[in-house]
Design a protein around this ligand. Sequence first.
Ligand SMILES: Cc1ncc(C[n+]2csc(CCOP(=O)(O)OP(=O)(O)O)c2C)c(N)n1
Length: 198
Amino acid sequence: MTTLYRPDVLRVIDEVFPDQPTVLTIGGVIREMLALVGRKPNHLYSLDAMGQTVAIGLGLALGLEEESRHAKVMVVEGDGSLLMGFSALATVGALKPSKLVVAVVDNGVYLATGGQPTAASSTDFVRVALDCGWAAARDVPPDLAVVRAALDWARATTGPIMLRIRVGTEQPKTDYFLEDPVLLARQFESWLAAQQPR
Ligand SMILES: Cc1ncc(C[n+]2csc(CCOP(=O)(O)OP(=O)(O)O)c2C)c(N)n1
């Protein structure tokens, strides 16, 4: 079976969701996305907030539910962070934000802290999401064309939707990103406010 390289998956996510509000999970995902596409105003860099990414996306999606400019809210989550904030899956299932798409980029480990295994290998994220009441959830086979097709499908389908995309643990060398999370959130808020219909 082929192993996907995480930056390749991140690039496809940005290509399919180029201008939608996008919440990026802690650590390597943020740094790799920055190395690939640079700073983007629609990207919310969820620095240090392990376990919070889905909850942040949930709040955003609920807030934008009736708003016409944004079809979707994309959340890029890691398996370790997802497991830390696992209770958010039940809240999403209960509140059913129709615009929420969560891509779990699952490398099976806490890569940022040395590669210790997470419980991902023994946890069926898709089944948990479906049992919690999500509209749809899929395990995506490790093929970039299939990943793109799954993201296209998620973009066009009523959510909440989870895509579990397994990737390898190889990562590029990237620069540290050490900015104030409060300011990052404010910049994202300003972009979002400027997008609202007047
Ligand atoms: C509450 C909390 N505990 C621990 C950490 C340290 N930490 C930062 S990233 C990380 C691993 C995250 O794992 P995962 O979501 O799978 O992403 P990966 O590192 O594999 O890209 C850990 C343990 C943290 N930032 N916050």
